[in-house]
Each structure stands twice: as C-alpha cells, then as structure tokens.
Design a protein around this ligand. Structure first.
Ligand code: F6P
Ligand code: MN
Length: 346
C-alpha cells in the first residue's frame, strides 16, 4: 500500500486541527497503543510463552480470571501510570479505582478499560480484545468516584483493539470512526478502514440464544420475528452470529452491519444484565453511534445513563440504526401495554 498513514501521523494531524490541543491526549493514546502492541504480542505467542489457562483467582465480578486477564491488566497499568497524562484509572480486573503512584505527576484524563475482553475465548484461539474509554477529569485533585461516574456522552475518546487474524485498533474521538491494522513487520498501526459506517438496515442478529427463557417480552418478540424469516412479519430471512467476544461481534457490525443484544435477564434480580457500562457498553456505544448506528438498553440511550458504580452492568442493544429503533419501539409498546394492564387492575 502506498502513502500509508500511520496511527501516529493520523493522531498528530487530528491534533493540528484542534487549536487548543496541547498534545497530551495524543501522547496518552500513544501509550495505550504501546500497551496494546505488547498485549497483541503476548496473545499471539499464546502457549509458547505459557500465558494461557486459568489463574485460579476471581475478579470483582466473580468471574474466573485467566492468566492473561492479569497479565494484560498489568501491561495496561504499567504503560499508563507513569505518563503524567492520567489522574486515575479503572479496570474490569480491579475492584477499586487505580491510583497513580505518588512519585508521578497527575494529568487531566481518566482511563477506564477492559484489558482482555472475551477472555473466555483465549484458550480456544478465538478473537479477544482490549476496550478503553477516556474521560476528562478535574485538574490538580486526586479523583474520587464521582469524577469517574460520568455519562458515556462525556467520553473524550473510545476505542478497542481486536486481537484476531489481524490486530486492529478501532478509534473515535467524536469525529467518526477509523480503524487501523497493526503491521507486525514494522510495529505500526496503519489506517486501513477510514470513516467506518454501519449500514442502517440488517438481516443479521447476534444474541446468546441459550438465555432465551430469561428475556423480557420485547426481546422475545424481536428474535421470534427474526426467526420466522420470510414467512413472518419481517418478510426476510435472518442470519445469526455469536462470537461471545464483544469486540469481535461489534467489529463485525461495524464492517457489515447487524444488531447485537445482551439484554436484560430476568433470572437474577441482583444481576439483570451482563456487560459493564463504563468500560464495555459506553466505549462501544460511542464508537457505534459515531459510525451511524445506535446503542440502547431498549428503554434508554446508553450514552445518557449516569452510572452509579464503576462496575455497573447494563442491558446492551446496539448496531444498525433502523433495527435498534425497532427494538426500542417494541420495548415502548410492551411497557405501554403493561401500564394499561396495571391501570385496568387498579
Ligand atoms: O466481557 C464479557 C463478554 O465476554 C463479552 O465479550 C461477550 O460479548 C459476552 O461476555 C459473552 O457472554 P456469554 O458467555 O454469555 O455468551
Ligand atoms: Mn469484557
């Protein structure tokens, strides 16, 4: 490919377009890129360097940690805590907020990340990823929990790296979505997918069907109609995909459209949904909406939710705009019907 644009060049050119930009943000992103290259290398080497398998511990979510969950979390923290660009961090793998060691200066950003998304796939050699979200922080203070609990709409930047057949970084700073492929020979991410757009309509859905009996009626209705195919109200056949790796499912939707649902789950009132808002749903919602798609819980735009906890979970429905709008409408219709029934009984 001639005239290759590297991620570094892309970021510096973007920075030049913003008169007030100090360059700090570009440097911060470069540190994230460095961490992700290290993770890519470890994931790629796999069992040759003994990093596969379980660590025998659990994270704050009660999920069994893989060795690579811990290794990648350490890589992210060690690549970012000394830079002076961050005031604090939060990770899926850490119960508490991660403070910047006392000897380093505090910066004006917060980084939240899922260091190894889809890690249950790592031992079967399927795609995994790193998801991150950057927020602005008050300067000159040690950030408290309220500094972190910002709506997704306030994100300065969101991105993910997918460690698949190619390692790719997908990035938004609120001006569209661009994706870069890691050229392993030279160690640089190269712009390969400029201005990604999600087709508005789709006939492909992604959901973990094994949870069907726990879904709410609007989701049951939507999937049921998809499954009826050409003979049903949708009058077309649908295809289904479920990688069980959020980064891979979202990347597919970014490239060829589709809809992804990890909906509300009625089995456990304590845990009504699976994905975490601050380092999974919010960054993906920012990316998907910047690419012309939509992201909702079915009742609320993900990006408008004020989180109540760093590890809070939310239902996630994202992807092709018209399809997500239809699912939101099904929620509204079901809720209106529920209200009518309640009134009738009252
Ligand atoms: O991080 C959570 C996650 O691994 C996502 O990457 C993925 O979309 C989902 O969980 C898969 O869930 P399940 O194992 O229920 O299919
Ligand atoms: Mn994850």
């Amino acid at each position: 490919m001639n005239n290759k644009v590297t991620l570094t060049q892309f970021l510096i050119e973007q920075q030049r377009g913003l008169p007030d930009a100090s360059g700090t943000f570009t440097l911060l992103l470069n540190n994230i890129v460095t961490a992700c290259k290290q993770i890519s290398h470890k994931v790629n080497r796999g069992n040759l360097i003994g990093v596969l398998g379980s660590a025998g511990t659990e994270n704050v979510q009660g999920e069994v940690q893989k060795k690579l969950d811990i290794i990648t979390n350490d890589i992210m923290i060690n690549a970012l805590n000394w830079t002076g660009h961050l005031a604090g961090m939060a990770s899926e793998e850490d119960d508490d907020l991660i403070t910047i060691p006392a000897q380093y200066p505090r910066g004006k950003y917060l980084a939240l990340f899922d260091p190894l998304d889809g890690s249950s796939n790592i031992d079967i050699n399927l795609a995994v990823g790193t998801i991150f979200s950057i927020l602005r922080c008050r300067e000159g203070v040690e950030p408290d929990i309220e500094d972190f609990l910002r709506k997704g709409a306030e994100q300065v930047c969101a991105g993910f790296v997918i460690y698949g057949p190619s390692t790719m970084m997908v990035l938004t700073t609120g001006h569209g979505v661009n994706a870069f492929t890691l050229d392993q020979d030279v160690g640089e991410f190269i712009l390969t997918h400029p201005d990604m757009r999600i087709p508005e309509e789709t006939s492909e859905f992604a959901i973990n069907m094994s949870n069907q009996r726990f879904w709410e009626p609007p989701v049951q209705r939507y999937i049921d109609e998809c499954l009826q195919g050409v003979q049903g109200v949708r009058e077309k056949d649908f295809n289904m995909r479920w990688v069980a790796s959020f980064v891979a499912d979202v990347y597919r939707i970014l490239t060829r459209g589709g809809v992804f649902l990890y909906p509300c789950d009625l089995r456990d009132p304590e845990r009504p949904a699976k994905l975490r808002i601050m380092y999974e749903a919010n960054p993906m919602a920012f990316i998907v909406e910047q690419a012309g798609g939509l992201c909702s819980t079915g009742r609320e735009a993900i990006l408008d939710i004020k989180p109540t906890g760093v590890h809070q979970r939310v239902p996630v429905i994202l992807g092709s705009k018209k399809e997500v709008e239809r699912i939101i409408r099904y929620h509204q219709e079901a809720d209106a019907k529920g209200t009518e029934t309640a009134k009738g009984m009252g």
